[in-house]
Unconditional design. Structure first.
Length: 115
């Protein structure tokens, strides 16, 4: 069982920055595909970004150029650096870990961007 725990959410004004962290347990973290999703009130959960075990990354069009996903395999942690935040980025952000045929979700961290 892999445990996934997010941190770093909070409130910020538009144009500001936040950095989310996600720690995932397990001895093979470097092989996990790690992703971030978000869910705004009244909306479906949407994919935000992914980082693969070769450190390739991919982003949703809505965040590309503003968000950066990275990982530190020595700390079993993935990060989401969020810059130039907009009110429409307000959501609960969830970390997702995929390992072989298994996947695990964190409980989420709230990000609120005020105009």
């Amino acid at each position: 069982q892999v445990q996934v725990v997010e941190s770093g959410g909070g409130s910020v004004q538009a144009g500001g920055s936040l950095r989310l962290s996600c720690a995932a347990s397990g001895p093979t973290f470097s092989t996990y595909v790690m992703e971030w999703f978000r869910q705004a009130p009244g909306k479906e959960r949407e994919w935000v970004a992914a980082i693969f075990n070769g450190d390739n990354t991919d982003y949703a069009a809505s965040v590309k150029g503003r968000f950066t996903i990275s990982r530190d395999n020595t700390k079993n942690t993935v990060f989401l650096q969020m810059n130039s935040l907009k009110p429409e980025d307000t959501a609960v952000y969830y970390c997702y870990a995929q390992y072989q045929d298994y996947y695990y979700w964190g409980q989420g961290t709230q990000v609120t961007v005020s105009s």
